[in-house]
Every structure is written in C-alpha cells, then in structure tokens.
Design a protein around this ligand. Structure first.
Ligand code: PEP
Length: 253
C-alpha cells in the first residue's frame, strides 16, 4: 500500500490575518505545480484560520489548528473546542507538540484526551512525540518515544489508519538547525510503526508518520528516501512560501 506524503506547515505564533493572506498570495500560484499525490496542509494561529480557509477554497490545500481542548464546550477561558475547529472547518489538529508539553503543561494524559476527542469529532490529529537531548544521550530514545505513542492512543479505537497521523520530532532538532540523521529518524519512526502494528494490526501500515525538526529544502530528500517517513512537520521553513514549496517538491532533483 502507499501512504500519501504530507507536508504540514506549523506556523506556531507567527502570521496575523494580513500576513497569512500575503503568504497565500505567494504560495498558491507555486502550489498549483505540486502534484496531487502530495498533500500540503498549513497550521496558522487560530485567529487566521477562517481567513486561510476562505483563501484556500478550491486549492486542495488542507487546513489545521495547532492545538485544541478536548471538551466540546464549557468554562475553559481561552480554550478552543473541537466543534469550533470543525465549523471553520479544519481537517487536522496538531496535538502534544513539544512546545506545548514544555511551556503549557501538556502531559501524556491531556494528549490522550485530545486525541480521543479529535477522533470522535472527525478531525485527524497529528500527534507529536520526541525525546530530549539528554534522553537521547542516555540511550532512552526508543523507550521515551514508544511510551508517548502508547499513552497518546490509549483506548483510542480507529477503523482505518487514515484517522491518525504521528510526527516524530526530536526536541533537540526543533528550531535548532540540527536535523536528525535520516537513518536515526527511520529507526525511531520504524519502531513507532512497529508499536502501532502491535496495537492496531495491519491498518498501522496506513498511518502516516512524519519527521519534524529543522527540515529544510536541502535535507528533505534524504529524509523522504527512508521507507517509513511519510512527510514532514515543518516549522521555520514553512513560513516562507518558496522554501515550503521547495520542500514539497523535494523529488524534482
Ligand atoms: C516544529 O515546530 O514542529 C518544527 C519542526 O520546527 P522547525 O522546522 O523550525 O524545527
């Protein structure tokens, strides 16, 4: 079976409505040239989602949010619910990004609640997992990452592999310019697929697993040559239309 490559641009806390529209003015003409067998999604801040949705109409480019609460409504000041994302509508939501785990007290338990909720509402979660430098140096990478995977999907039932996406993002590679060696990324991502296959059986072959961490136009090709890497979650380089386009067209030479 073949998994559609996905290039997902996580804009973090960058680009207001005006800047979002300016990016898309530049990116949409370029994106017409991206083959339909490659999927592109952007993840602007909440305040830019609706403007992005309007501008993306008819382009085939998907839209996602960077976070959400697990409840559908309630007294949760400052939070955004899954039905609010569905209303836009968003196709995807990033769950458990390491910046949320580090700065906003996101835990494996809250990640699990959000994943369950996303699946219930039909928003495909991109579940982020990854080890710190200290954990890598102590040889704990696989145990840390596989434990995050297992806890994220605890009691999550899916009928097909398209309902979940993972992103392996070593924390030491995010925003640092230090990309993982393709063979190291493959080792971890292959192990994630192995864990998914223990849990979900053959449908794990349809779950896309992305790599994230300092992906740039000049390193994406070697990462994509790895058998289990199905695309990339791109931070910094997705803020620039040309660089994001070059990443998505990595196989042009
Ligand atoms: C990210 O934030 O998910 C990320 C991978 O960032 P960067 O590409 O800038 O390292």
């Amino acid at each position: 079976m073949s998994r559609t490559p996905l290039f997902a641009g996580n804009w973090k806390m960058h680009k207001n409505v005006k800047e979002t529209l300016e990016f898309l003015e530049d990116f949409l003409p370029l994106a017409k040239d991206i083959p339909s067998e490659i999927e592109i999604a952007i993840f602007p801040p909440f305040t830019s989602l609706y403007a992005a949705f309007e501008k993306l109409k008819g382009s085939g480019i998907k839209l996602g949010a960077q976070n959400m609460h697990w409840e559908d409504k309630g007294a949760f000041t400052g939070e955004i619910s899954p039905p609010m994302l569905k209303e836009i509508p968003c196709d995807y939501v990033i769950i458990g990004h390491s910046e949320r785990r580090q700065y906003f007290a996101e835990t494996d338990d809250t990640v699990n609640k959000k994943v369950k909720s996303a699946v219930k509402y039909g928003i495909v979660p991109i579940i982020c997992v990854g080890e710190s430098l200290e954990q890598r140096e102590k040889g704990e990478t696989l145990s840390v990452v596989l434990s995050q995977v297992e806890k994220a999907i605890w009691e999550v039932q899916i009928e097909d592999g398209g309902k979940l996406i993972f992103a392996y993002e070593p924390i030491w590679a995010i925003g640092t310019g230090k990309v993982a060696l393709p063979s190291d990324a493959q080792e971890v991502i292959g192990a994630i697929r192995g864990k998914l296959s223990q849990i979900y059986g053959s449908i794990s072959q349809d779950v896309r697993i992305l790599y994230g961490g300092s992906v740039k136009p000049d390193n994406i090709k070697d990462l994509m040559a790895q058998p289990d890497i199905d695309g990339a979650l791109v931070g910094g380089a997705s803020l620039e239309a040309k660089a994001f386009y070059q990443i998505a067209t990595y196989n042009r030479g």
